[in-house]
Write a protein that binds this ligand. Structure first.
Ligand code: HEM
Length: 412
């Protein structure tokens, strides 16, 4: 057979191109090689088998995210027409278009402000210390279950005022709803939403009860403030709050878990960067941005065309799913010099890891803060860390990150 590099990409099957591998997990190197090939040869590509269009270049991805009129985030027509599902998605602003998106975003932004996030810093410090104390002196830990997973989940649960004893339940719901095992799970379909409806029903009922309690007796938490929020006489109804709470829970933890693990992986692979960070903690914010670019936690962003849409030299018909590959855009040699070099001093660093445009990640300040605090403490406590045997990863066409990350430590 003809070697890969000499074959035209259009002769390859969808599987060879890196998609349609639903039963097989793809690692980051494989996916990055696919991205590189596609950015060059077929930057806008129709995959008939998967029924989607793929977009690989930075400029195209950015343009798609900047045009919600043509590239919609509303996938309700792909979902099961089911009451629990409808309730669950009503307040999910990630899946809303203008003008509903604007109403929701304005109201939740009023509550979920950078100032509010900054005030969480002392609590995040305490939670991180407690998680690290629990492993004090251990020569080996499993970073994901010991720190990277519990940290964002505890922070979000606390923020919402969820009692400690109910938190494991939230973890289970989140796992059931996200299940980023395969890229295809990102594309909603009636079968999958039907099976998720049971979890959604439980979560709806729980959140509704929580909101009712806060409505009756407000406390100092996000749920109470969401109940009270008002802009131009508009308020959030119970269902909108449920949807937003559900989104916070899901959007906030798998991605942040992945990012924290990715920092460790990048530093493990680039000891010179780890040494520079230990010598100058002022480099940390830039280093986290570079990790976000280099190992993009959420690989694709998904849209639906509302009309025939021109992307590059292609016309994508109305009603099609488009995957804008953030993880590919972030390695685009047209945008970044030496994109495959990990450079913690890279400026500017216009990565798309938190999205772009009206849906730009609302939780970005929180994710950055959590990871900054955690990494600072890890570097202070551990004089050396190295990734051990037995790491396990998500399918890199969905979440770029570790599910299990054993670490060998030397304590300072
Ligand atoms: C939206 C990534 C952490 C809440 C987004 C989007 C991306 C993203 C790419 C836009 C998706 C799109 O346009 O299709 C990330 C990454 C994170 C992270 C990489 C961690 C490293 C968080 C956290 C929270 C959060 C901690 C909240 C606690 C949200 C919300 C939206 C969003 C509410 C929807 C905003 C809107 O539609 O207007 N995130 N996120 N995210 N994220 Fe995050």
């Amino acid at each position: 057979s003809v070697p890969d590099s000499r074959r035209d990409v259009t002769e390859m099957t969808a599987t060879e191109r890196g998609v349609g591998l639903a039963d097989q997990s793809a690692d980051l190197e494989t996916v990055l090689a696919w991205f590189r090939r596609m950015r060059e040869k077929e930057p806008v590509s129709h995959d008939g088998e998967a029924g989607v269009w793929h977009v690989f270049r930075h400029a195209d991805a950015e343009r798609i995210l900047a045009d919600p009129g043509t590239f919609s985030s509303d996938f309700s027509s792909f979902m099961a027409p089911q009451e629990d599902v409808a309730r669950f998605i009503k307040g999910n602003l990630l899946r809303k278009d203008p003008p509903q998106h604007r109403k929701l975003r304005t109201l939740v932004s009023k509550v979920f402000t950078p100032g509010m996030v900054a005030r969480l810093a002392p609590r995040i410090e305490v939670i991180t210390d407690e998680l690290l104390d629990a492993k004090a002196g251990a020569e080996q830990i499993e970073l994901v279950s010991d720190l990277a997973y519990p940290l964002p989940v505890i922070v979000i649960a606390e923020l919402l005022g969820i009692p400690t004893e109910d938190r494991p339940m939230f973890g289970r719901w989140a796992d059931a709803l996200v299940a980023p095992e395969s890229q295809t799970s990102f594309i909603p379909n009636p079968e999958r939403t039907k099976s998720m409806a049971i979890v959604m029903r439980e979560m709806n009922a729980y959140c509704l009860e929580h909101i009712r309690r806060r409505r009756a007796r407000p406390e100092d938490d996000l749920a109470s403030r969401l109940v009270e929020a008002e802009v131009d006489g508009q308020r959030l109804d119970d269902e909108e709050i449920i949807g937003f709470v559900g989104l916070l829970l899901l959007a906030g933890h798998i991605t942040t878990t992945a990012l924290l693990g990715n920092v460790v992986l990048c530093l493990d692979e680039h000891p010179e960067a780890a040494a520079a960070l230990r010598a100058d903690s002022g480099l940390l914010p830039g280093a986290i941005e570079e990790v976000l670019r280099f190992r993009t936690p959420l690989a694709p962003s998904m849209r639906r065309t509302t009309r025939d849409a021109r992307i590059g030299e292609h016309t994508v018909p109305a009603g099609r799913i488009v995957l804008a590959w953030l993880a590919s855009a972030n390695r685009d040699e047209r945008k970044f010099s030496e994109p495959d070099r990990f450079d913690i001093r890279r400026t500017p660093n216009a990565h798309l890891s938190f999205g772009h445009g009206i849906h730009f990640c609302l939780g970005a300040p929180l994710a950055r803060l959590e990871v900054r605090i955690a990494v600072r403490k890890m570097l202070a406590r551990w004089s050396a860390m190295s990734v051990g045997e037995g790491a396990e990863y998500h399918d890199a066409r969905g979440i770029v990150g570790a599910k299990r990350l054993p670490l060998h430590l030397r304590w300072a």
